[in-house]
Design a protein around this ligand. Structure first.
Ligand SMILES: Cc1cc2nc3c(=O)[nH]c(=O)nc-3n(C[C@H](O)[C@H](O)[C@H](O)COP(=O)(O)O)c2cc1C
Length: 343
């Protein structure tokens, strides 16, 4: 029970710190080095530029993902309901935050139940992969999927975050093999995601071999979890350890490129410091299928579901205008548009 309270209390700390503190990575997402070649005569009708995509059998109106964030507390229940309502209204995908709190205490499951307001969205359940080394198995993963009525499961890799937490679960040894077993046994697709330091090409190869069906690179350049943990630190030593990693990680643009080059067929979701539709357009041109954002949607959800809808609409319109000016009439065409690299 003490452990449960800690898991839930930690999630509340995380929301508060993310809303109140500057927790940005000291790195950029790397996308500022890439540009579209402007198309002065796109031969397209802007209003007909088609943002829709199909992912894991679900049709989305735009290739946008509300990245995994929260659950497991009263405030998280409201945030998840607002995010889900907005995702349903806008036809975009959503990831739930780690469901560990509800696996450990069933009473918290309701904070992850969003199908009441979002019956149709592409929805991802979420757990930390490291829990497979701390007693979790197929049953726990299936429970996370079932409790959320999710379409797929995201397993997050957050080794660095756990390493700078005083109470972190830091045994990551032998996990790849366990992930492989889960991929074989779970009836839904498994997506592996980072939480803000990116995934390398080499790891992508191993994950592909393990049967992972998608990778959310969650690269560096946005929310930095060592910065968040620095604000949670109980003493100066812990704070210094966390602060030392403020510029750690593979920037999002670099991570997408590495994963795309390593495994041509891998389904890639981009996230990590994406803050506009133009950022997302660049990620798609680099090879991603969805663009995820966490922090901007959290700040909007702290206001209202309408604020989240507005943020989504703004991002989608910017993406649509970028596609128009780059001469890409739909997402598959955008995925083939070459970007210009300026050093
Ligand atoms: C408040 C908050 C909570 C998060 N919780 C989780 C989580 O439980 N599981 C997870 O996989 N990622 C979690 N993340 C990471 C995000 O899904 C995302 O990968 C990362 O923050 C980068 O996105 P951003 O730069 O747009 O914030 C969280 C992010 C935020 C801001």
């Amino acid at each position: 029970m003490a452990k449960v309270t800690r898991t839930s209390a930690r999630k509340s700390d995380h929301i508060r710190i993310n809303l109140e503190q500057d927790v940005r990575s000291k790195l950029t997402n790397g996308l500022e080095r890439y540009f579209f070649l402007h198309n002065a005569l796109p031969e397209l009708n802007l209003e007909e530029v088609d943002l829709s995509v199909q992912v894991f059998g679900k049709k989305l109106k735009a290739p946008l993902l509300i990245s995994s964030m929260t659950g497991g507390s009263k405030e998280a229940t409201q945030i998840n309901q607002r995010l889900a309502e907005a995702a349903q209204a806008s036809g975009v995908a959503m990831g739930l935050g780690s469901q560990r709190a509800a696996i450990e205490d069933k009473k918290l499951a309701s904070s992850y139940k969003v199908r009441n307001v979002a019956p149709d969205i592409l929805l991802f359940a979420n757990l930390g992969a490291v829990q497979l080394n701390y007693g979790y198995g197929l049953d726990h993963l299936q429970r996370a999927v079932d409790m959320a009525e999710a379409d797929a499961l995201m397993l997050h890799l957050n080794a660095l975050q756990e390493a700078v937490q005083p109470e972190g679960d830091t045994n990551f040894a032998g996990l790849l093999q366990k992930i492989e077993i889960m991929c074989k046994q779970l009836p839904v697709p498994v997506v592996i995601k980072e939480v803000g330091w990116g995934i390398s090409g080499d790891l992508a190869k191993h994950l592909a071999h393990a049967g992972v069906q998608g990778i959310d690179v969650a690269g560096a350049g946005g929310t930095s979890w060592t910065q968040v943990e620095m604000h949670r630190a109980k003493n100066k030593r812990q704070a210094r350890l966390a602060a030392a990693f403020a510029d750690w990680g593979i920037p999002t643009a670099e991570s997408i490129m590495q994963v795309r080059q390593a495994v041509r067929t891998m389904r890639i979701f981009a996230s990590g410091g994406l803050r506009s539709g133009l950022d997302i357009a660049k990620c798609i041109a680099l090879g991603a299928e969805l663009g995820g954002m966490a922090s901007p949607y959290l700040k909007a959800a702290d206001q209202s579901a309408e604020a989240v809808v507005e943020t989504i609409q703004e991002v989608a319109r910017e993406l649509q205008v970028a596609m128009f000016a780059a001469g890409a009439g739909d997402i598959p065409i955008l995925q083939r548009v070459p970007l210009v690299l300026r050093e």
